[in-house]
Design a protein around this ligand. Sequence first.
Ligand SMILES: [Zn+2]
Length: 272
Amino acid sequence: MHHHIKRNLALHRTVPVTVGVGLIVIISAVAIRYTGYGQQVSYSESEAGFETMTEEPKDQDLAVHPRLRDLDHWSRPPGPIRVGLQVGHWQAIDAPDELENLRTRTGTSGGGKNEWEVNLDIAEKTRALLQERGMTVDILPVTIPENYWADVFIAIHADGNVNTGVNGFKVASPWRDVTGEAEEFSQILEEHYAVSTDLDLDPNISRAMRGYYAFNWRRYDHSIHPMTVAAIIETGFLTSAHDRRVIVDDSERSARGIAEAVLEYTQTIIKI
Ligand SMILES: [Zn+2]
């Protein structure tokens, strides 16, 4: 169902005009675990703003959406590589009316920390690493600018579970991706984050995680531009003492994993 769009983008790449790819990195923690005692739902699975997509859009729908109307003529804005790092649950109270259900959602907690504090710490350390490489980095709260464009957008979260033995990180790409690059970036992010943190991979990526609200430009004004390459990362479980040893006590490792993924992706994929 994305064939029209992808074909158009592929054509763009054959001309000298660069097609920029924005990546939104969302760092998040979400998971479902099954134990011998039955199903235990991780925070990320029931989190507000994580929406299950049940229907694929028709080509017709894609064609009429205002944000897609001019994509055939779109080219990456000139300037240094721009990276958006969204801090999950940060300044949730300021969410606009269209996202009012997020205002009271402060995320998970553990080890004396609220999730947003952990997410913000990782985002700031990641920003420092990327700025050293000459990139422009926006640290964004729950409410992102309308039609926000970046080469890469990453939403940063941490997960929680009543079972403190549940641990691990996970990365997901948007359910609907016009750029055609988000899946590849998610793979790169997963690999670098694993190497840098040595945390386990939690395989329980839900449809809801891929339907993260900031990806959903069909539904919300405060969402990414369709040509922003996006990912969401649940950096680990804040309810796990094992994971807290990295994401709270040694968060530089989390930041390095994210930054290295952005560096690799922007060096090999984006041709400016
Ligand atoms: Zn979260």
